[in-house]
Write a protein that binds this ligand. Structure first.
Ligand SMILES: [Fe+2]
Length: 262
């Protein structure tokens, strides 16, 4: 899969350079030290790390992935600013930082299920504090891992508990919603109705012998009909919760973002 993994033979150099860049730019920030509130030092450190990573592994960490992270950061900050004004205990700068690192694994690889394993390893190597990482939603929350082995009743229970999980931490809901909206469709920002998963998402991935077990689990879970429904169900509920908390529709936030980009 060209463009999805680092160039063959350069993997280790790229891996070590990414760790070095992350440490250099983030060691003296609250991303590594923990605590809050977040400010310019954290945001600038992450921005520098992103632009260095783009130099280190340009084939994989391409301009559209960088744009996705920047846009997710801006959305997360905007959502958090509105929520904070409405009384929610959330730090908008920390939300921006979380939005900007939510796909950190894609600095190294684009393969779904593999990038999440890489992401965890990269964060640990750089020294991301557990205090920061706890506010980054675990990917397993919306990946229907293991659902294919469960009875329908158990699937329903698992879905219900993961919806509750997502909204139990406002950072999780904010960053996941930001992630879903931080993409473009036909050159313009996508609307909330463009977010639902409709088959193509997982089906475009072919099974191959080189898949890691984590990739294969994700692929199998996402391909099955119930898996897709589970993800859509969770997105819908999270979207409703966000709109209730924000006091405006998600599409109004998208329009605001579009106007502020000009
Ligand atoms: Fe993302």
């Amino acid at each position: 899969m060209e463009g999805k993994d680092p160039p063959v033979g350069q993997e280790l150099d790229i891996w070590q350079s990414l760790i070095g860049s992350g440490k250099r730019n983030l060691a003296s920030t609250k991303v590594v030290l923990g605590g809050g509130p977040f400010g310019e030092e954290e945001i600038n450190g992450i921005d520098r790390f992103i632009s260095e990573a783009a130099q280190i592994n340009p084939e994989v960490f391409n301009p559209s992935t960088q744009e996705h992270l920047q846009l997710a950061g801006r959305y997360a900050r905007l959502f958090a600013t509105i929520l904070q004004a409405r009384g929610v205990d959330i730090d908008p700068a920390k939300a921006e930082a979380l939005g900007k690192v939510h796909d950190l694994g894609r600095m190294f690889t684009h393969r779904k299920g593999r990038n999440e394993v890489i992401e965890t390893a990269l964060m640990k190597k750089i020294g991301f504090s557990s205090d920061f990482r706890k506010d980054l939603y675990p990917d397993t929350i919306f990946a229907p891992l293991g659902l294919e082995k469960m009875t329908p009743k158990k699937v329903a229970g698992k879905i219900t508990s993961s919806v509750t999980d997502i909204v139990s931490n406002p950072y999780w809901a904010v960053v996941l919603t930001a992630d879903l909206l931080a993409k473009k469709k036909d050159g313009r920002l996508r609307r909330w109705e463009d977010v639902t998963v409709q088959g193509h998402f997982f089906k475009k991935y072919e099974e191959s012998p080189e898949m890691w077990p984590s990739e294969k689990r994700r692929w199998v879970g996402g391909k099955m009909k119930g898996g897709e429904q589970a993800i859509n169900y969770q997105y819908t509920h999270m979207g409703r919760w966000m709109e209730k908390m924000l006091g405006v529709s998600l599409d109004e936030v998208v329009e605001h973002m579009e106007m502020s980009q000009i």
